[in-house]
Write a protein that binds this ligand. Structure first.
Ligand SMILES: CC(C)(COP(=O)(O)OP(=O)(O)OC[C@H]1O[C@@H](n2cnc3c(N)ncnc32)[C@H](O)[C@@H]1OP(=O)(O)O)[C@@H](O)C(=O)NCCC(=O)NCCS
Length: 161
């Protein structure tokens, strides 16, 4: 596959959710029921994106906005972006598609949803993804032992706007 394939980033459409689900199940061990996709689509649709080459969906990213309470009175909270899942089909990797998905999702998390920072979990053995996130400016902030169902630990990686 040529490295300069033409792709575009779009907000996912409702009818495309089953395809996104099947790509997730093909690529990642962390899978979700249909209502989970629908919930992210309904609530955080600006940061639920697909990458397309022609009519083919070749990658996706989905995110959630969470509230983090500050330890002060009166109680205030900040919004935090959570990258829930990102994947690019194997034949389309190393073409900048993952970076484009992250950049557009992070732009929405900051400028549409008002998030102050973004975080994600990644398996400690997933070196390509760790490199990918580091290249985008994410830093490992901590390790959560036994985070995944199979017992593997996760790094929490964080990006402050
Ligand atoms: C992680 C993933 C989304 C990256 O997507 P991508 O479209 O290949 O990423 P990009 O082409 O934008 O890569 C940008 C940079 O990240 C780094 N990078 C990406 N993949 C890498 C790899 N396999 N090894 C080392 N560095 C890598 C490189 O610095 C790359 O730039 P370069 O190609 O100019 O060297 C993709 O590999 C993937 O879908 N992996 C499987 C699913 C997954 O692990 N998701 C994350 C779960 S937390």
């Amino acid at each position: 596959m040529s490295r300069n394939v033409q792709f575009r980033i779009e907000k996912v459409r409702y009818e495309e959710l089953p395809l996104v689900k099947s790509i997730n199940e093909m690529i990642l061990p962390e899978n979700y029921p249909m209502y989970f996709y629908e919930n992210l689509f309904q609530n955080f649709g600006e940061s639920f994106l697909v990458a397309k080459v022609g009519d083919e969906i070749v990658g996706y990213i989905m995110c959630r906005v969470e509230k983090e309470f500050k330890l002060e009175f009166p109680l205030k909270f900040r919004r935090v972006g959570h990258i829930v899942s990102i994947a690019v089909k194997p034949n389309y990797r190393r073409m900048g598609i993952g970076t484009a998905l992250m950049n557009r999702a992070m732009d929405a998390l900051k400028n549409i949803y008002g998030c102050e920072y973004v975080y994600l979990e990644v398996r400690v053995s997933n070196h390509p993804a760790i490199k990918f996130y580091e290249r985008l400016g994410f830093k490992i902030s901590k390790t959560v032992e036994g985070y995944y169902r199979d017992g593997e630990s996760a790094y929490i990686m964080v990006y402050h706007f």
